[in-house]
Ligand binder design. Structure first.
Ligand code: HEC
Length: 127
């Protein structure tokens, strides 16, 4: 009986920990926007070896379809993530090196691409 009460207390405490202030929201939004802006810069930069940038083929992140991942991608021969397709473009059209999947630059590119597709319904697997 005591342990049930204690468990309920823990649940209540963890729910309470999820409340946040207006200040929190403002700070988190600012941090998010900073990363999106960094991604936008990278998207318009020549990240590979041939002076080609992402926006030349994907203006405003067009045809990047983040909402369809994970999905089977024939270039990779498997069900892949958006980040793996970003790396495919870095290595092929841009003739550059892949980014570590958890690098700041990769997260920024993903943040920008996803932000441009805000509001599009999730459709994993869709072609
Ligand atoms: C020379 C043109 C070109 C450039 C430059 C280019 N891409 Fe692509 N991108 C393509 C092609 C072609 C595909 C393959 C389309 C397919 O088969 O789904 C593609 C696919 C993608 C996809 C998957 C799209 C989907 O519908 O699933 C993403 C994400 C992507 N590119 C991101 C990038 C990023 C990020 C960069 C810059 C690092 C970049 N691309 C640069 C041509 C380009």
């Amino acid at each position: 009986m005591r342990s049930v009460t204690f468990s309920l207390f823990l649940v209540a405490a963890s729910v309470a920990a999820d409340t946040f202030t207006e200040e929190d929201l403002k700070r988190w939004q600012a941090e998010y926007e900073q990363v999106v802006q960094k991604g936008e810069k990278l998207f318009h930069s020549t990240l590979g070896t041939n002076n080609v940038s992402c926006d030349q083929c994907h203006p405003n992140a067009a045809n990047t379809h983040p909402e369809t991942y994970p999905k089977f991608q024939k270039q990779l021969g498997k069900v892949a993530t958006l980040r793996e397709m970003i790396n495919w473009c870095l290595q092929n059209p841009l003739e550059g090196k892949p980014l570590p999947l958890d690098s700041e630059a990769m997260i920024a590119l993903e943040a920008y691409i996803t932000s441009e597709r805000r509001g599009v319904p999730l459709a994993p697997g869709k072609h």
